[in-house]
Design a protein. Structure first.
Length: 262
């Protein structure tokens, strides 16, 4: 075989062999993909708000008449430090009612983001006095103060009403307007949420303006009282005595506070 033919044959053989060699696999490039950012927590309607809940009276008041009858200054006069409160004909006391509703209301508001302060830690103590209760709201710089009560009116009277502060020039000028708005928000939400009508024995359209309550007179923050029903009225008392209905009351009050604060 000539040298030329041998060279050609070698090239052909090499080319044929190369055709059977698979190209090396491509390596997948390592790419650092951006990680999704953590979503910020969803804003809640009452984030950053402070609410003071004042459950009226206290379970130990009746056993300590000297302490609760002590007179305190409420700007428009002097009144007892605190009182025993009323009760239903069946013996369900106002102090227990207000504590239960407040205890139900607190976690609802906290679930909306609010910081909640109670004026008393349980239903076994005495007081505090009405001036101290107002001071608690002032010290907390509350965005809203709600004092919860049950009324002890004549048995024929029924319904609820919200008490708002009257003007005391030089004392509460800055909070009368906001308190009126708070009162309307609580009134509307409570009426819608519970179905209880406006009181038929006091106030007008569920609102009553007063200047004889230390908790309102001494408050430097928007504040209202609610008489959630008449505990001496059979129909109101039946509702106020049921745990499920007290839960309904608490949710309605929370809605009213949210409407005012949100």
């Amino acid at each position: 075989m000539s040298a030329y033919r041998a060279a050609v044959l070698a090239l052909v053989t090499l080319a044929a062999g190369c055709g059977n060699i698979a190209p090396p696999p491509l390596e997948r490039a390592a790419v650092d993909l951006p990680r999704p950012l953590d979503s910020p927590p969803a804003a809640r309607p009452l984030d950053g708000k402070v609410v003071v809940i004042d459950p009226g009276h206290n379970g130990g008041n009746a056993a300590h008449p000297r302490e609760i009858n002590r007179q305190v200054d409420i700007i428009t006069g002097r009144k007892a430090c605190n009182t025993v409160g009323t009760a239903t004909d069946a013996g369900y006391p106002e102090h227990a009612f207000t504590w239960d509703v407040a205890s139900r209301l607190k976690p609802i508001l906290e679930g909306m983001g609010a910081t909640v302060v109670l004026t008393r830690p349980n239903d076994k103590g005495v007081g505090p006095c009405v001036d101290v209760r107002a001071a608690i709201g002032n010290k907390a710089k509350a965005d809203a103060v709600l004092s919860i009560h049950g009324d002890g009116a004549r048995p024929s009277g029924h319904g609820f009403h919200v008490i708002i502060p009257g003007l005391l020039p030089g004392h509460n000028d800055d909070v009368v307007g906001p308190s009126r708005r708070l009162g309307r928000a609580v009134r509307d939400a409570y009426r819608a949420g519970t179905g209880i009508p406006y009181a038929n024995y006091t106030g007008t359209n569920g609102l009553n303006r007063r200047t004889d309550l230390g908790g309102l007179n001494l408050s430097k923050r928007p504040a209202v009282f609610i008489e959630a029903g008449n505990m001496r009225n059979r129909g109101d008392a039946a509702k106020m005595s049921r745990p499920a209905f007290r839960e309904r009351m608490a949710r309605a009050l929370a809605d009213g506070l949210r409407r005012f604060l949100d």
